[in-house]
Design a protein around this ligand. Structure first.
Ligand SMILES: Nc1ncnc2c1ncn2[C@@H]1O[C@H](COP(=O)(O)OP(=O)(O)OP(=O)(O)O)[C@@H](O)[C@H]1O
Length: 696
């Protein structure tokens, strides 16, 4: 009743507000001419950028405080006065309660206003004509990033282009969340969103960012660059300061990695890419998806399926970056979720009984290592400075509760003992070397290798010819040729002179089980999330609504797990307002529809698993005395980017009992399939009996 009343009254309010917005818009043109006459009676508001040109925004005090009048005349005067003040004032929240009508009148496309009104509230779109595109500088999963000149303000910016081919509402909402989060943040170590470019006819949206010359991956992977200790501390300090700001504003980044840490020519580091970020309330925990954070930087609790987590996930990733900056390569480069966990446990020790009891993680039954590992962080990183090891010990705590906070990390000995962090302005100025360069370079090197093998010819011919960054790529190539034989450094040793950093190689994109049918935004998002290994980390719920740790559910779950990336993405897409982890009816229905749990499918899956287990166990590095085997070294190259399909499976402790485990696994699958069949027959009988009773 109350609800019905609320709905009715909100409908009336909507109608009222639409009506009033219509009236306001109708009077807009009248007032624009009136304003010239009565300008003395009106209070001039702040300047804002609009449609690629600076326009004045005025508030008609007399009529309505929220009334906006765009006046070209005033715009010209203002533009002459100061462009700086334009930028200063062109921030969010200046126009309260902008309605859809107002937003459309202000130049926003209706589809965007409809789906993401909150994200654009108080902002005016900028016109593409006010920018001069210079070159492509980056490529994300769902975006292309360009360097461009903002003609109006005569400055270089980065434009992140997001395209919505079918204007899928969920996708737009997802992107809106990134914008809303970016607008909530204001810190010198967080990338600043300066505006949005679109037009009423446009199906795409550009996010305008301040331009950053480098990213940590690009710099660290440059063969000629070696970070000093004060420099590492300087970057870490900035990263932690930015994170502290995010966390204090209730934002979790959930994708901290080198390529998302941008660095400008003044040595300022800024956290970028808030595409996976979410808001959270530490005092009122809601379930969040565990399928976030790039694999190598993903904390154990997320690999184990945690849905209640907090700042500790970002702190784990920060620990991985710190270790990487000292060792010169990723410290935990897993290829699948299973292998990732295995690597974590081998380095950080397997969790205590208390951990399993306390965290009650969904996948613990499957991922609990049969053998326990001793923690050996200090031992493995014995060549790092003691204060760095101290901080690493905290940040890489298996128990998230022991990782502390960004604020605490900033007060740690690492930052108070000499050598202290240097001032960013004293850092060297580097030539451009962005992540895209690194990607092109890796690609070129791979092609070169293949070319050499096939033709025994000069490698330079294998370099793609049409890249805008070709010059820097070529110069890097030349340098790398000189050091190529040394480029595979040992893990966990501090970076050696001339060694190539481990930040060089992007974390593995895992097999795409879900076919890419459409190339639209949501599909690309799906790819982004299906990066995680498909098999072991399947959906937490099966078609019967049973949890994965219910043995009876496993037969279905094994198969359902093929979809894990998709399900996670759906979950994430529905996060637009709030994340949901539980078995939503639609998910369950979809799973039921797609998976009949046929034994044939299970068996072929099992065969695939067997191959993969063998592959995986063969690939597991034996880290002894802080060194990895030659096999692991190869993981740091491009082996993982080959065409092999890796699927995850239960954690294995060593290769000699693999056969036995596979047999057990085989037997279990058969057993579960048999039980599932029996259950089904029983259910059918009960159902038939029920029908008979009803008929009687
Ligand atoms: N403000 C900027 N200045 C310079 N380069 C940038 C800027 N923002 C992004 N880039 C470059 O573009 C790349 C992709 O951007 P971003 O990470 O935001 O996109 P994404 O689609 O979210 O990527 P991903 O799939 O890797 O998460 C970055 O790695 C970076 O090299």
């Amino acid at each position: 009743m109350g609800c019905a009343f609320a709905k009715a009254s909100s409908a009336v309010q909507d109608r009222d507000s639409q009506e009033s917005s219509r009236k306001r818009l109708a009077s807009l043109s009248r007032r624009t001419s009136d304003s010239r006459v009565n300008s003395s009676r009106r209070h001039e508001g702040v300047l804002r950028y609009h449609g690629g040109e600076v326009k004045a925004m005025r508030f008609d005090k007399k009529a309505n405080a929220s009334m906006r009048v765009y006046d070209d005349q005033i715009e010209k005067r203002r533009r002459e006065k100061s462009e700086a003040s334009v930028m200063e004032h062109s921030c969010v929240g200046m126009v309260p309660k902008a309605t859809l009508g107002e937003q459309v009148a202000a130049g926003w496309p209706a589809w965007l206003s409809n789906a993401a009104g909150e994200a654009i509230k108080g902002w005016l779109p900028r016109s593409a004509t006010a920018f001069e595109k210079l070159e492509k500088i980056g490529q994300g999963t769902y975006s292309n990033v360009y360097k461009a000149r903002d003609v109006t303000h005569n400055k270089i910016v980065a434009l992140k282009k997001v395209r919505f081919d079918n204007l899928d509402c969920e996708s737009v909402k997802f992107m809106a969340r990134e914008i809303i989060i970016l607008r909530r943040l204001d810190h010198r170590n967080i990338i600043k969103l300066e505006g949005l470019i679109t037009s009423q006819m446009s199906r795409s949206l550009y996010l305008v960012f301040e331009y950053m010359e480098h990213d940590l991956t690009g710099l660290a992977s440059h063969p000629g660059i070696k970070f000093s200790e004060p420099q590492v501390k300087c970057y870490m300090q900035q990263l932690l300061s930015g994170l502290d700001h995010c966390h204090s504003r209730g934002i979790l980044h959930r994708d901290i990695k080198g390529s998302n840490l941008l660095i400008d020519n003044n040595g300022i580091l800024k956290i970028a890419d808030f595409g996976l970020a979410t808001s959270y309330d530490p005092h009122h925990s809601v379930p969040l998806t565990s399928r976030v954070v790039t694999l190598w930087y993903r904390p154990p609790e997320l690999l184990l399926g945690a849905s209640h987590y907090g700042v500790a996930v970002d702190l784990w990733s920060t620990g991985c970056i710190l270790g990487e900056l000292y060792s010169g390569k990723p410290i935990l480069p897993g290829k699948t979720e299973v292998e990732q966990l295995h690597k974590i446990f081998k380095l950080c020790g397997s969790p205590s009984e208390d951990y399993w009891r306390k965290l009650k993680l969904p996948h613990s039954t499957y991922f609990r290592p049969p053998q326990s590992y001793r923690r050996c962080v200090a031992e493995t990183m014995k060549d790092f400075p003691a204060a760095a090891v101290g901080l690493l010990e905290t940040l890489l705590s298996v128990d998230p509760a022991h990782r502390g906070t960004a604020a605490l990390a900033l007060k740690s000995e690492f930052f108070t003992t000499k050598p202290l962090a240097c001032d960013p302005s004293t850092l060297p100025k580097y030539p451009p070397c962005k992540e895209i360069d690194a990607k092109v370079r890796d690609e070129a090197r791979r092609e070169r290798k293949v070319g050499q093998e096939r033709r025994g010819q000069n490698e330079s011919r294998a370099i793609p010819a049409s890249n805008s960054n070709m010059q820097s790529v070529m110069s890097m190539q030349r340098r790398q040729n000189q050091t190529s034989s040394k480029s595979q450094s040992e893990v966990f040793n501090p970076r050696r002179e001339g060694a190539v950093s481990g930040l060089l190689v992007a974390p593995p994109k895992q097999p795409r089980v879900v076919k890419e049918i459409r190339a639209d935004y949501s599909e690309r998002l799906r790819k982004r999330f299906s990066q995680s290994g498909p098999l072991a980390d399947g959906p937490e719920w099966t078609k019967s609504g049973k949890k994965l740790d219910d043995p009876q559910a496993v037969s279905t779950a094994i198969d359902l797990s093929k979809l894990s990336g998709l399900v996670a993405t759906r979950t994430l897409l529905s996060e637009g307002h709030q994340e949901k982890i539980g078995p939503s009816q639609s998910q369950k229905t979809e799973q039921m529809g797609r998976f009949s749990g046929s034994v044939n499918e299970l068996q072929s899956k099992r065969k695939q698993d067997q191959n993969c287990y063998t592959q995986m166990v063969g690939d597991f590095p034996q880290i002894e005395d802080g060194k990895a085997s030659a096999k692991e070294s190869s993981l740091h190259g491009h082996g993982h980017k080959g065409n092999k399909i890796y699927v995850s499976g239960p954690l294995l402790n060593s290769s000699n009992n693999v056969d036995q485990m596979l047999k057990d696994h085989d037997r279990k699958i058969q057993e579960f399939s048999r039980r599932a069949r029996l259950d089904k027959t029983r259910a059918e009988k009960v159902h038939a009996h029920g029908k008979q009773v009803t008929a009687n």
